[in-house]
Design a protein around this ligand. Structure first.
Ligand code: UDP
Length: 242
């Protein structure tokens, strides 16, 4: 199997959940300052319009396939991926792995109190999880000093950043060297789901790839962002020569 696939120019790494956890472990052990992204069709369409966002994704150390749209596209392009690694589902196994390895995890972003609630929920599932800190903070540069002070003092191995795209990728790009964290990962709305603040779609909808429809029903403002999806599908089919 190929190690990665390019979907309309954006690299997506061919790893399943276990592979993603192992890669993150290797990045932590390697030291340095690594970036992990969870790529969905909206990321890919934004990268086509925004060269800075495209450059950040290209430079990321690990690009996970966040959702059904990306695995569908990879299949159309003849390079099937081993599975989806949606940010919201991934935090639980990642927390288990961090607990096992003794990695400290910092939760940055989302609305006030949500990072704490997500950390508490993950600690309930993995009591040995070391929560280095939680901070809603501000996604823009004006919030950097305060967030960086907290993160540097907490010395985490893994920093989860929940500001949605592209803010979280820009935050990591801007701050990863100063944060002194081996792995920083953008996780979108994962804290909202993990904390139970936003309910997940029923299992059957997730299974058949309709989670987006459920989210759209609950948060109709997403329609504008999702408007890129038909163009994404058409471009993928054209690229696949159909
Ligand atoms: N968020 C935030 N600050 C911001 C913008 C967003 O904390 O300035 C949080 C928001 O509360 C939510 C997450 O970022 O928890 C965005 O989730 P979404 O599912 O929209 O992420 P995306 O799909 O854009 O990656």
């Amino acid at each position: 199997m190929a190690t990665s696939v390019r979907v309309l120019g954006v690299r997506v790494d061919a790893v399943d959940t276990a592979g993603a956890v192992a890669r993150i472990g290797a990045l932590v052990e390697a030291g340095g300052h690594h970036q992990v992204a969870t790529v969905n069709p909206e990321f890919i369409m934004l990268a086509r319009r925004d060269p800075e966002f495209a450059r950040i994704l290209e430079a990321a150390d690990l690009c996970l396939a966040d959702g059904w749209g990306v695995t569908w596209a990879a299949k159309q392009l003849g390079v099937p991926l081993p599975g989806r690694v949606p940010g919201s589902d991934f935090l639980e196994p990642l927390a288990g792995f961090a607990a096992e390895r003794g990695y400290r995890v910092f939760f940055l972003g989302a609305a006030a109190g949500v990072a704490e609630a997500a950390a508490t929920a993950l600690r309930r599932a993995h009591p040995r999880l070391q929560v280095a800190g939680c901070h809603a903070g501000d996604a823009g540069p004006e919030g950097d000093a305060e967030s960086l002070a907290l993160i540097r003092a907490a010395r985490p191995q893994i920093l989860l950043v929940a500001y949605g795209h592209p803010k979280q990728e820009l935050w990591i790009e801007r701050n990863r060297l100063r944060a002194e964290v081996p792995v920083a990962m953008g996780v979108g709305g994962a804290f909202d789901f993990v904390s139970g603040r936003v309910p997940r779609a029923p299992a059957w909808m997730r299974r058949v790839g309709l989670e987006w429809l459920y989210r759209l029903g609950r948060e109709p403002w997403r329609a504008r962002r999702m408007a890129v999806l038909p163009a994404f599908a058409i471009r993928v089919l054209l690229a696949a020569g159909r």
